[in-house]
Design a protein around this ligand. Structure first.
Ligand SMILES: Cc1cc2nc3c(=O)[nH]c(=O)nc-3n(C[C@H](O)[C@H](O)[C@H](O)COP(=O)(O)OP(=O)(O)OC[C@H]3O[C@@H](n4cnc5c(N)ncnc54)[C@H](O)[C@@H]3O)c2cc1C
Length: 391
């Protein structure tokens, strides 16, 4: 077994139990049959079909960490890590699945009322409902607290106005967690932020535009518009004015998932490249026999091994419930940049074929840069690291 394959197939990872290995095996088998043969088509269409979402849900792969009363098995984060990894192996455009299960559902699970949990979680698990989280606005990304979307309370409801952009699952979602200002005059400003659950059929809500992206083409990303949307007061998530704190609490998990998926992408790129250089010949020998090729592969493999060790250690610490915001910020920044470096080196070793869409490395090269941007841009990760170092 090659080094790169051994990363991908490794069942001896530090957090793995027999159950994790079984889950990985069955999900991988399912995706190889139900997703891999169709993925190129979905990339061209710019979306993963709803029927496939349903199939994943019906087979019990989604949200296994939910408590039993909401249909789950109460399993640990290791299962979420595996889910993110296996979808990433198919392609980065599958990012909507871990986002739905392990970025969005946790908001409802942690801060929702019993009524909200009963209403949404069982349907998230079966993919009867797809979810999205809407924080970013055209004028507010990294500087989220400057968001302009407002929700002003009147009697038993809020009137929501504003717009959001770059929202993953945006065109297909049924339920949106929307970050908005319920107190636009609050000082400091982040104390005016709340989270509302908005359903897609609410009058005044519209998907303004499906965005045309460089990569992650099968992941639908949209701009949303709220024009005097009436949101029942009971759709407030948690307490008014605590929205920013809730977002900060959940970002550790979103960022570790980004590091996990970037790591898998890098491992896949290495494997693709090893396969290619062992076949392709120039000047009468295999490309793999040139010293430059070997040194480049050795460098990539070393960085990948460092990333894998770091990421798996953080998965274990996250499962243990440790506060590892600083380390997760380091992993999010370092692993995503490592994967981006890897994509350039791997494309170079493919020569002209690497620039052709029919070679998977071309798609990986297009997909990976956004990992350095979303879930908090890498510059923001460095800000957090420096701040937590007391600087
Ligand atoms: C494909 C995709 C999917 C996404 N999905 C979602 C989603 O589902 N929900 C959601 O709410 N958002 C989503 N986003 C938005 C994403 O989180 C933001 O794009 C990201 O937070 C950066 O914000 P911005 O694009 O406004 O960039 P800006 O904040 O305008 O930043 C531009 C540049 O300036 C740098 N910068 C900003 N502030 C500082 C600083 N203080 N110091 C140094 N440098 C700084 C940034 O690092 C970046 O390089 C998605 C984005 C993409 C591209």
């Amino acid at each position: 077994m090659s080094l790169a394959t051994s990363f991908a197939a490794n069942t001896k990872r530090p957090f793995f139990t027999e159950e994790h290995a079984l889950f990985q095996k069955s999900l991988r088998k399912f995706l190889q049959k139900e997703a891999e043969p169709y993925f190129e088509e979905w990339e061209k269409e710019g979306r993963v079909p709803r029927e496939f979402w349903k199939k994943v849900g019906d087979n019990g792969f989604l949200c296994q960490w939910f408590d039993e009363e909401y249909g789950g098995l109460g399993v640990d984060f290791g299962f979420s890590a595996i889910l993110a990894e296996e979808f990433e192996r198919i392609g980065s455009g599958m990012t909507g699945f871990p986002t739905h299960c392990d970025v969005i559902a946790p908001y409802i699970s942690s801060f929702g009322t019993e009524h909200q949990k009963k209403k949404y979680l069982p349907k998230f698990l079966t993919a009867e409902m797809i979810s999205a989280v809407a924080m970013t606005e055209p004028g507010a990304g990294s500087d989220l607290s400057s968001m302009k979307t407002t929700a002003i309370k009147q009697d038993d409801h809020y009137i929501l106005n504003g717009s959001k952009t770059f929202i993953t699952n945006g065109t297909q979602a049924d339920v949106f967690i929307v970050a908005c200002k319920t107190d636009p005059q609050a000082v400091p400003v982040h104390k005016g932020v709340s989270l509302l659950i908005v359903e897609k059929n609410s009058p005044g809500f519209s998907v303004a535009r499906k965005l045309d992206k460089v990569g992650l083409r099968s992941s639908d990303t949209a701009e949303l518009f709220f024009d005097n949307v009436i949101v029942p007061a009971e759709n407030l998530l948690g307490e008014e004015g605590k929205g920013f704190t809730y977002l900060m609490q959940k970002l550790q998990q979103e960022r570790i998932l980004t590091a996990i998926t970037a790591q898998v992408a890098a491992e896949d790129m290495l494997q693709l490249t090893i396969d290619y250089i062992k076949e392709r010949e120039a000047f009468g020998k295999k490309i793999s026999k040139f010293q430059n090729t070997q040194f480049t592969i050795a460098e990539i493999a070393t960085e990948i091994q460092l990333g894998r060790t770091f990421v798996d250690q953080l998965i274990m610490r996250h499962i243990a419930g440790e506060d590892i915001v600083t380390e997760v910020s380091m992993a999010k920044y370092w692993v995503t940049e490592m994967a981006k470096r890897t994509s350039g080196k791997c494309m170079q070793l493919h020569g002209g074929y690497g620039y052709m869409e029919e070679y998977k490395i071309a798609r990986r090269y297009r997909d990976i840069p956004v990992y350095c941007i979303f879930a908090g841009a890498n510059e923001i990760m460095k800000k957090i690291i420096a701040k937590n170092m007391g600087l």
